[in-house]
Design a protein. Sequence first.
Length: 537
Amino acid sequence: MVFSPLLVAALLPIAAQAANDWSQPCFGQCNWDINSGSGSGTVQITGTQSGVSDLTTAAGWSILDCDANTADQDIRLVCQNPDAGCDHIHTDGAAGTLVRLPTSCGSVPFALVTRMWTHQDQSIPANKRALLTRRDGTTPTVKGISLSTNFSEADPSQKGNVTLHLQGSSIPGVATNFTQPPPVDQLNKRGLLSWVGNTLKNIGEIHKNISGSSPINFSKDTPLFDQSINCPQSGAIPAFSGEVKVDLNGKVDGTVNYGVAASGSVIPPKLDQFGLFVGLDTTVTGTLNLDATLTGTVGTGQIPLFQTGIPGLDFPGILSIGPTFSVNAEADASLDANLNMDVDLDYTISGAQLFFPPSSGPSGAFTPGDSKLQLSVSPDVTANGQVTAHLIPTLAFGINALDGKAKATINLDVDAQAGLDLSLTASGKASTATDGSKSADKSFGGCVDVTSGLTVSAGADADFLSIFDKSTSVDLFKKTFDLFKKCFGDSAARRTYTGRKARAELLSKRASIACPSSALASAISVADETVTGSSLQ
Ligand SMILES: *[C@@H]1O[C@H](CO)[C@@H](O)[C@H](O)[C@H]1NC(C)=O
Ligand SMILES: *[C@@H]1O[C@H](CO)[C@@H](O)[C@H](O)[C@H]1NC(C)=O
Ligand SMILES: *[C@@H]1O[C@H](CO)[C@@H](O)[C@H](O)[C@H]1NC(C)=O
Ligand SMILES: *[C@@H]1O[C@H](CO)[C@@H](O)[C@H](O)[C@H]1NC(C)=O
Ligand SMILES: *[C@@H]1O[C@H](CO)[C@@H](O)[C@H](O)[C@H]1NC(C)=O
């Protein structure tokens, strides 16, 4: 049995067809698809009959001079096939009409006609002459058209608004699977709002079934802080070289994909709704190492460790997304004990889909792995200590819509942190203890609390429409895990445990790194264990 091509085409599901049909003129409504190697997408513009027209061969036009790599320019063209509808451009005058362009003309899919005239240069290139010569031997008049991507130049009161509906994916070739056609009643603003949300959800569902994510990876052992001081002899304390050293061995190994949906208008240029979703599978692991024989406060601020680009998505002249992947680290410590600490960070994020603006909670799994913890402190002082460290992989999505009409960077931070909270009290017997941890154990006491945590948050660096406020950062996921919490030694020492907040205030008054004012005995181990991830969940 043989099917005619027409019949086969009729049997294909509608959704599997590209939205932009180059064989049909688009009058009043046009589509355009991204078919490039990086990403896929489709955008639809809808206006009045006089507001949206077509300069491709489907509408009868043949373009003679046009730079394929420039947006705003004057082009020469002729009407090759009047029957196809060249005249449509003249409906209510050509100026102010938004037109579809063939890929060979202009760097953008759509441009605004600002002027149309009979061109002074009526020459027709030899290679086109035969094609364009009519039966009576004449050639058509060469027209000139000025194209602009400054959509503000159009007056919406003349030809009406031209609305815009856009959906895109970082994964090539999936635009044909998008199943959310733009709403027919585009004046229904409530419908538009849910269109963006539903469209993003649909892209998210499609992404669950396909591969094509971009790798994000990072591995580096970085000193975050290192300061040495030669401490002179002070009373009974002999001279020594003290040091505070914070080191982070961090690793990120994962993949990312994203999708976007937006609605608004090209004329006037305005974005009404915008949504972004990010699909993330990654591990974030690392070991924080802290060694200190000095006292004081360390604050490193955010230290950039790494940055690279991720393939972007470009609807030229309409909306572009340029993402980057970066990794930052930060450590803060306040100490007055001889302290050595090693603590692991270990998180796995799998199948996560994060939506902006945030809808329901994120899907996917955020699970801690096993964490090894080693902590040693000097036993014979009354001391407090607080340490927090962060390893923060960040995905930043730079967004530019309608030539800067709406511009922002949306950040997604995956903050893996570890914290130590320590309170020690020396008892009177401390000075008589001479050897080994056992006697030292009896001579002092305290409490130690080691936590780890994972926070996934989103924020924007500029006010973007009314949906993102510059000042807001939204926590999409936040969980803290108690790795180790223990009080030890004599009960008098335990009673001095004042709690996290009180001690943070105490420690915040502390000045910069300095030599200790009393002798710090060599550190003894108070914790050496591995906390399994399953015990934390
Ligand atoms: C775009 O057009 C508007 C209105 O005509 C004008 O005010 C503005 O300066 C133009 N922008 C650029 C970049 O030419
Ligand atoms: C055209 O767009 C403007 C700005 O978004 C809006 O205020 C106006 O209501 C729209 N007009 C129509 C007829 O939709
Ligand atoms: C996309 O659609 C095609 C045709 O309907 C189908 O074969 C393919 O499995 C779909 N892909 C995804 C990722 O859903
Ligand atoms: C994804 O795959 C599942 C199982 O194969 C299927 O039920 C579902 O319809 C698919 N979703 C999409 C959007 O293709
Ligand atoms: C990340 O992965 C890519 C491809 O898998 C590889 O080419 C690149 O060297 C890796 N980068 C790092 C920092 O590991």
